[in-house]
Ligand binder design. Structure first.
Ligand code: 7PJ
Length: 277
């Protein structure tokens, strides 16, 4: 299976590692932005050295209750880092729901739009459809607002409902002229799901294969791991590795992770062991 993106045709015959680059300054002093973007550029270099197959650069925290940055603030944060990432020889995605940032990122040679809202913001679908070849990751989130998505999410059948949503969004893109070869799907671990919903998505992940497109999943350091093993985010690396391996064993094509070096090592052993499905 292949993923068509702006500059790269990505071969997904073996699992790939997407390294997370967050550009979210925790300081609102004037200097904070520059420090944050210098650090983020260095982090891009490090993740590529560690073996990341692609980088995902984002500036909006989707933690429940997080304050959303203004569109201009998000662009000012992300664009300089993205421009640097695009010089490193690997495919680069922009993690945003903002059509203005999507357009700016694609003009700056970004390969992929990764949108946790699956291009539901007005104008977002048009930006992707207006590009001849960029890739897109469509993720499921219950509702459109991280601030409220965790307020008692309810599903009859979480796997069926997430799959139906992803299929509907993919068909909408195809009607707008975006070919399926440009699309990757993501069940959105932690986005409007209870702990049991997330684990059911893992246990039944193989059912997403019938959608016919590659699957990207992100379990890295997320809270359902912490609930299971009772550890803070900084101590969730072993749990995150186990989740990444379980996900690729169940057919995930791309794992979105913070800890690239460790994930690359774990996947090398997994492959050499002949466990590939
Ligand atoms: C995801 C994401 C994910 C995709 C975030 C975090 C929260 N994009 N952006 N999939 N998660 N495609 O990393 O903890 O799971 S932000």
């Amino acid at each position: 299976m292949f993923w068509q993106t702006s500059r790269h045709l990505i071969d997904l015959s073996r699992p790939r590692v997407m390294g997370i680059v967050n550009v979210t300054p925790d300081s609102f002093f004037d200097g904070g932005r520059h420090l944050a973007s210098d650090a983020a550029r260095a982090h891009c270099d490090r993740l590529v050295q560690e073996g990341a197959d692609m980088l995902d650069v984002g500036g909006e925290s989707t933690r429940p209750g997080a304050q959303a940055p203004s569109v201009q603030e998000e662009i000012d944060r992300v664009l300089p880092v993205l421009e640097h990432a695009c010089t490193l020889g690997v495919p680069v995605s922009v993690d945003t729901s903002s059509p203005a940032l999507m357009r700016a990122a694609l003009n700056a040679q970004a390969d992929i739009v990764n949108d946790v809202r699956a291009l539901r913001r007005p104008g977002a679908l048009e930006v992707v459809a207006g590009h001849p070849s960029c890739g897109v990751c469509l993720m499921h989130m219950l509702g459109e607002d991280p601030a409220t998505m965790q307020q008692a999410p309810v599903y009859d059948d979480v796997v069926a409902e997430v799959a139906a949503f992803l299929q509907e969004r993919m068909h909408t893109l195809q009607r707008a002229g975006v070919s399926a070869q440009r699309v990757v799907l993501d069940p959105g671990i932690g986005f409007g799901k209870t702990g049991p919903h997330n684990w059911e998505l893992m246990q039944r992940q193989a059912e997403f294969a019938r959608l016919g497109r590659p699957l990207l999943v992100g379990w890295s350091r997320k809270s359902m791991l912490g609930v299971l093993i009772k550890r803070e985010a900084s101590e969730r690396l072993p749990a995150s590795l186990a989740a990444a391996l379980a996900a690729v064993q169940r057919g995930a094509h791309i794992v979105r992770v913070h800890d690239v070096a460790a994930t690359v090592d774990a996947l090398a052993v997994w492959r050499r062991s002949g466990l590939a499905p």
